[in-house]
Design a binder for this molecule. Sequence first.
Ligand code: ATP
Ligand code: MG
Length: 592
Amino acid sequence: MRQGPDMPWDSIHKQEAHTGTAPNLRDYATVCAGFSWEAARRALDGLPDGGLNIAHEAIDRHVAHGRGAHPALRWLGKAGARHDFTYADLKRLTDRFANALRTLGVAKGDRVFGLMGRLPELYIAALGTLKNGSVFSPLFSAFGPEPIRSRMELGDAKALVTTEALYRKKVMAWRHELPKLTHVLLVECNEAALPEGTLSLAQAMAAASETFAIEPTRPDDMALLHFTSGTTGRPKGAVHVHEAVVGHAVTGRLALDIHPEDRVWCTADPGWVTGMSYGIIAPLTNGATLIVDEAEFDAERWYGTLQNELVTVWYTAPTAIRMMMKIGTEIIRKYDLSRLRFLASVGEPLNPEAVVWSQQAFGRPFHDNWWQTETGGIMIANFASMDIKPGSMGRPIPGIEAAIVERKPEGVAVVEKPMAMGELALKPGWPSMFRGYLHEDERYKKCFVGGWYLTGDLAMRDADGYFWFVGRADDVIKSSGHLIGPFEVESALMEHPAVAEAGVIGKPDPMAGEIVKAFVALKGGYAPSEDLRKELLGHARKRLGPAVAPKEIDFRANLPKTRSGKIMRRLLKARELGLPEGDLSTLESDER
Ligand code: ATP
Ligand code: MG
């Protein structure tokens, strides 16, 4: 019985099992040797005639290979409910969903939006939409009415799957403004009194057939529309295609160490690309079991979930890790987390302090990895199979060419010198690469210069080929001739026991050009005071030197963050300077 896809490096495992030698995957060169995206793609089934469909690889393939009874998804409701779905269950339900769409006349290429919390229907709708060849666009359920409307308008929404409550609260008032939106399917609804122009999803699915022939999608057919986090400005709609599944399969295995017997918990909401790529597609394509918790962050609940659900692979974000650090390790001792094997983090730079902390708290380090909505999947990672350097994002995935470049009037120049700061660039051509910003061609074209995709992030590469994040190009501070990355300053502040979170900006200054200003949220048990401010300034000076250390520190109860958990430095800066606050559609409510 074939379990997960046979990946190019599986032969190494097999050879080692045979010869009894220790796994050699710690050797980065071995992992990369002989890797090709083409070989990785051949490891998947594909559809007849060279077709490829994400949902087929994620679900149907496992059923076809005799693993229909394997658990695919365990769902944990807010109030304690639990539901299990096998791969065969998911196949049946997504087939029904796809049939329901087809019956309604929602066709290949049509956009289907999902707006709900982490309910089982969200997972069924996403994968069922892909089976139908339609394009799925997930929206975070906590968005307000306007961010929902504008994204659905930009995305030419034809259908929406949502709950009755969200529909009434956030959609009903403006629905008539989107004439292309012809179908609204409701979950958790009162079927006896549905709002006008809506259908019950349960009824539509009950009426639909349970067998479905997957639409013959091509690798290049549009599959997903993901909006970026809006950290630096107005969010962009990144277009992704079915071929992305090849990248998800590979990176799920290599960067997150997902194997068929794993129980994988990705804490990101599928409203963001992480929750879709690694909260759904990658674990399923690798034949593992998804753990889905409907509830929001709560340390006790999280540790309980890790323990009770026997989570083996855990993918989360620095914001959550910092919240756990704030609470401390004492509480962790109450739980048996011995099943946890692989911990990974994404979304923001992971402070070295957090890696050290997790080693103490969990006996295992967090593996940082870097990618963007645009890249569709992990690009640079501290692999399971290599030594971690705390504070580094790791090394490129096989098949990914990454470089530090400098923009020049005539194009870009690759910076070869180790630890020289420049823009992180990637050679286009990997399968999960975005294929456009929907309806924004100019914005898309601007990302490519001299044959490179420019990420907008500044980084450095060390002599061993590890990449180190410096900051977003927009956030870098120019002070008295120095270029200062906010991450370095924030990480130094985080080392102080009083600091829970730090956000650093450049504040205009007549002498220096800009000075470094830090905003700091304190851990429980610490209160803002002049003495503490001085102590933190002194600590930073000692750690960073006077040129890089902040000159000013302000205390905040919380730092403003996007709903995907990223510190919005541009907003700290706009407020500091009294400038317009810009697009705040993704801002999570913050206390000033
Ligand atoms: P927008 O593009 O709308 O401003 P965004 O860039 O925050 O928003 P995402 O695509 O969700 O939207 O986030 C990708 C960005 O997150 C990266 O470009 C990088 O700045 C940051 N990031 C992600 N992972 C890491 C990491 N491991 N270390 C440092 N930064 C990271
Ligand atoms: Mg971005």
